[in-house]
Each structure stands twice: as structure tokens, then as C-alpha cells.
Design a protein around this ligand. Structure first.
Ligand code: BTN
Length: 239
């Protein structure tokens, strides 16, 4: 596996985007701290030094780039597997790209890229935090908070998770649907009432499913509306 670790970097996603011409498919970059870590909608991604896993990987092979709509969900499924292997329960995917444990966000995924040249997948995963004192939009948790007795460091967990992701893509069978049932069974939003907006409309309704193309299916009382990940701007879970 090709893995480059920086003590400090602006953003591991930005690095791969700048350097994509010089990098091989499945190159990984991680950092102890980022000065311009960002999430979706250009939101700041805040993480103290060596408390989180902060990494990105690049996919350049044509077959991956052309199927980019599956890549975020498959990465989410791999992270859920990793957390379940650590003994965590109640791990789920908040469509389209957050990982939740017991109703709190533990990880986020940010996909960026240029089709057909490359896709960069960035992951921020809370590992060792024991409290979150900065302003966050969602309640947050970390692996350490969920399971105090784990003997983990960022180095040990980069080793486990990056190898797991690398092995998956390096041996990819070509079956984009192998996680379909797993994703359906880990759908955080299932049966929740949500509201979301995109450029053309506002939709409110009950989440019924995630289909095999990774679209969210919402029952708005009249019909089932299909939302593709790229369309989403705001997603609220209503109480
Ligand atoms: C989100 O929840 O909005 C996605 C957050 C993604 C953050 C990670 S941290 C590593 C990589 N570098 C970045 O600047 N962002 C991603």
C-alpha cells in the first residue's frame, strides 16, 4: 500500500487533488493535523493534533471513477465494518456520507474529484477525543468515548483501516452491489422524518430505503421521491 503521512498539512484531500497526476491509483495520505480541513459544503473540519484519523485516498482507474456514485457508500460500509470489528454496536450510515454510533457522528466522508480523471475520498474519524468542546452542528462521539478499554493509537488504527480499504479496492470483484443489503441494514435515517432542500425543491417525508444506486427514497405522503446524493444541500432529522 502506498501511504504518505504528514505531520501537518493544509488538507489531505487538497494534497491529492493537487498531486493527482503524479500519484498512483490507491495512494493514501494522512496527517496528524490539518490547517484547512474541510467537510461538505466547505464547512470547516476541526480536529486536534493526533486525536482523529484524517486521511484521503485516490482512485484513478477508469472503472472506479466512472462508478463514483457508489464510492462514498462503499467507503462508509467499510468504516462501519471497521467499527463493528472494534466491538461497537449501533453503528449506522447517515446517508449520504456520515457514520453514526448511538445517534452521534463519529466520522464523515468527503468525495471530491474530476471525472474521468480521478476521485479523492477523504475521511475524518474521531478516535481519541474524550470530549468535544468546540461548536458542532451534530452531537459527536469518538471510538475512545464509545469503548474506553480499547488499546489504540492513531498509528495502530491507520494501519488497520487503511489496509482494510486498500485490500478491498485492490481485490475489487467488480460487484458494485455487494454492500447493498449491508447499507440498507445500517440506514440511520430509516423510518425517520426528514427535510431536505436542493436547488429546485424542498422535500419533507419519511425515509423508506436506500436503493441499489445509493439513492435515498423518501415517502412525502403522496409518492416515493428518489434523491441522489449529489442533489442534497440540507438534511434535517425532524423530531
Ligand atoms: C463531512 O462530514 O462533511 C466530511 C468531513 C471530511 C473530513 C476529512 S478529514 C481528511 C480529509 N481532508 C479534508 O480536508 N477533509 C477530509
Amino acid at each position: 500500500m502506498k501511504h504518505l503521512h504528514f505531520d501537518c498539512i493544509d488538507s489531505t484531500n487538497t494534497y491529492l487533488k493537487k498531486e493527482y497526476r503524479n500519484l498512483d491509483n490507491l495512494s493514501f495520505v494522512s496527517a496528524s493535523i490539518q490547517t484547512s480541513g474541510h467537510g461538505r459544503f466547505s464547512r470547516e473540519w476541526h480536529a486536534m493534533k493526533d486525536e482523529s484519523l484524517l486521511f484521503s485516498y485516490i482512485l484513478k482507474d477508469k472503472t472506479f471513477v466512472e462508478n463514483f456514485s457508489y464510492i462514498s457508500m462503499i467507503t462508509a460500509a467499510l468504516i462501519v465494518e471497521y467499527l463493528e470489528n472494534k466491538g461497537l454496536n449501533n453503528v449506522s450510515i447517515k446517508w449520504p456520507n456520515d457514520i453514526y454510533v448511538n445517534g452521534k457522528k463519529i466520522a464523515g466522508i468527503l468525495l471530491e474529484g474530476e471525472v474521468p480523471n480521478y476521485i479523492v475520498v477523504g475521511v475524518g474519524l474521531n478516535l481519541l477525543q474524550t470530549s468535544f468542546d468546540y461548536e458542532l452542528r451534530h452531537p459527536a462521539t469518538s471510538l475512545k468515548l464509545e469503548k474506553f478499554d480499547l488499546d489504540i493509537t492513531t498509528a495502530s488504527e491507520y494501519n488497520v483501516l487503511l489496509n482494510q480499504i486498500n485490500d478491498f479496492w485492490a481485490n475489487f470483484s467488480g460487484d458494485w452491489h455487494q454492500f447493498d443489503n449491508f447499507i440498507k441494514n445500517h440506514n440511520y435515517l430509516l423510518k425517520k422524518r426528514i427535510k431536505l432542500s436542493n436547488i429546485s425543491s424542498n422535500i419533507e417525508g419519511i425515509v423508506e430505503d436506500i436503493d441499489s444506486e445509493c439513492n435515498l427514497l423518501i415517502n412525502n405522503g403522496k409518492e416515493i421521491v428518489k434523491i441522489c446524493a449529489g442533489e442534497i444541500e440540507i438534511l434535517w432529522v425532524l423530531k
